[in-house]
Design a protein around this ligand. Structure first.
Ligand SMILES: Nc1ncnc2c1ncn2[C@@H]1O[C@H](COP(=O)(O)OP(=O)(O)O)[C@@H](O)[C@H]1O
Ligand SMILES: [Mg+2]
Length: 258
């Protein structure tokens, strides 16, 4: 019997809050830096933004000598290939994943689902209720907060508190926090989060331009890439490694199946 991987997602109703960015950052960090075996299931039809990023990344590695050398160095030492990026409709995501896991030879530790923001769309709630953990990026903006808190409390009531569902926990974390001190606004929102019985993570992600840094013809060191982990120099000060470590301890990835 194979070990069942942990299923998780960065998920919320709002678009543009970092779901896909954190999925790629964490998947690449775990797969290429930490040695875990990762799968990403891109369910964000029709953009399939992670799958599209994998295509761009792969093309650059094939055509650009700088990235080609980087890839040879990395993959020869790693002894494994890039993680698979599957595409699926949200309602089929779990089945597509199970089929892939059954058919493959190796074992995987963790599967990331990048689901669309429209919770009411067919299959999204259903797929969310088949995950082990959900992490919700939040931004201190009234419209985003209203929508995120509504989403998180609904998921908490309908899925997490329903013991017949697989989902164990939902956690919120601050993203795109202004460089300056967290203001009173954050404290007010944090009281609201606590009142709703929701859990807030310690790690706070600043608003920083490096999120835009992908692989490109001018040989920028990658931050977001499906073939490489974020460059160490760019990770510093982004709090992304801290966030990932905090998530790993919540989901107990260390002890999982090993
Ligand atoms: N902390 C951050 N600082 C700056 N830009 C960010 C941050 N988090 C996300 N972004 C940017 O916001 C945009 C939307 O992120 P994305 O992951 O595509 O959102 P979603 O998948 O939720 O729609 C992207 O350009 C991403 O790089
Ligand atoms: Mg996205």
């Amino acid at each position: 019997m194979k070990n069942e991987p942990i299923y998780m997602a960065f998920s919320t109703q709002k678009g543009g809050v970092g779901k896909s960015a954190f999925t790629v950052l964490m998947a690449s960090y775990l797969h290429y830096t930490k040695g875990y075996n990762v799968v990403v299931v891109d369910c964000d039809y029709p953009q399939f933004s992670i799958h599209a990023m994998r295509d761009r990344d792969r093309k650059l590695v094939e055509t650009d000598d700088f990235y080609k050398r980087m890839a040879i160095n990395q993959f020869s030492g790693l002894g494994k290939r890039a993680y698979p990026v599957l595409c699926s409709k949200p309602e089929d995501a779990i089945e597509v994943t199970k089929d892939m896991l059954d058919a493959c030879e190796g074992e995987y530790d963790i599967v990331f689902f990048d689901l669309p923001g429209t919770v009411n769309s067919l299959g999204v709630i259903e797929s969310l209720s088949s995950l082990d953990y959900i992490f919700t990026p939040i931004i201190a903006d009234r419209v985003v907060m209203e929508s995120s808190l509504r989403f998180a409390s609904r998921i908490n009531e309908v899925i997490v508190m329903n013991k017949s569902k697989r989902t164990k926990e939902i956690h919120l974390f601050w993203n795109q926090v202004d460089g300056r001190e967290k203001t009173d606004l954050y404290r007010i929102y944090e009281e609201g989060i606590a009142t709703l019985g929701l859990q807030l993570m310690k790690s706070v992600i600043p608003d920083t331009k490096r999120f835009r840094k992908e692989m490109s013809c001018d040989h920028k060191l990658p931050f977001r890439s499906t073939l490489f982990p974020a460059d160490k120099r760019l990770l510093k000060g982004s709090n992304v490694a801290e966030l990932i470590e905090e998530i790993c301890s919540i989901i107990k990835l260390d002890g999982h199946g090993r």
